[in-house]
Design a protein. Structure first.
Length: 183
C-alpha cells in the first residue's frame, strides 16, 4: 500500500485488494450506462451487494432509452450488503470509440467526488475506471484519475484506489510519484 497525505489533510491510498471488501463510506462502480450489472467490477459489486442493488439501479430514471447514467456522470445508490454504505456508479469512456476519452475519464472521477462532497461522504474507494473491457491504457488513466482526485482532496478525507493487480498498483504509484516529484 502507498499512502500520500496532502496539505488539505486528505489521505490518498493506493492498494491491491478487493473493492467490495472496503470499509469506506462509498465504493465506486465502474458501471455501464444501463446500470443493470455486467462483468468485471460492475458484476462483482452487484453480486456482493445483493439483489436490492439491481432493484435500486432499475429505479434510477432513464435519461435516454436504455441510459440511466451517461458516460462521465455518476449516480448514488445504497450499498446494501456491502461494507460500504453507498455505491456511486459512474461510466467511464470506451477508450477506442469515445471522441474525448481523457476528458470523459476526468469527468467520471469528478462526478463521483461531486456527489460524495454533496452527500457528506468522507471516504471513497475507486477501481481503475475504464481500464478493463473499456480498454483505457492504465498508464494513461492513472495520471488522469490522480489529478481529478486532487481537485477534491479538501472536501474528502480519504480517497482510495483499490486495484486488482500488482501491475495496476505499479502504474498508479508511478503516476503519483511523477506527479509529486516531477522531473
Amino acid at each position: 500500500m502507498q499512502e500520500t497525505r496532502l496539505a488539505s489533510g486528505c489521505r490518498i491510498r493506493i492498494l491491491v485488494g478487493d473493492l467490495v471488501e472496503q470499509e469506506v463510506d462509498a465504493i465506486v462502480n465502474a458501471a455501464n450506462e444501463r446500470m443493470l450489472g455486467g462483468g468485471g467490477v460492475d458484476g462483482a459489486i452487484h453480486r456482493a451487494a445483493g439483489p436490492r442493488l439491481l432493484a435500486a439501479c432499475r429505479s434510477v430514471a432513464e435519461v435516454a432509452p436504455g441510459v440511466r447514467c451517461p458516460t462521465g456522470e455518476a449516480r448514488l445508490t445504497p450499498g446494501f450488503d456491502l461494507p460500504a454504505r453507498y455505491v456511486i456508479h459512474t461510466v467511464g469512456p470506451v477508450y477506442e470509440s469515445h471522441a474525448s476519452p481523457r476528458e470523459a475519464l476526468d469527468q467520471a472521477h469528478r462526478s463521483v467526488l461531486e456527489i460524495a462532497a454533496e452527500e457528506g461522504i468522507s471516504s471513497v474507494a475507486f477501481p481503475a475506471i475504464s481500464c478493463g473491457v473499456f480498454g483505457f491504457p492504465p498508464h494513461k488513466a492513472a495520471p488522469i484519475a490522480w489529478q481529478s482526485c486532487l481537485a477534491f482532496a479538501g472536501k474528502i478525507e480519504e480517497i482510495r484506489f483499490v486495484l486488482s493487480s500488482e501491475d495496476l498498483f505499479a502504474v498508479w504509484t508511478k503516476a503519483v510519484s511523477e506527479s509529486v516529484n516531477p522531473r
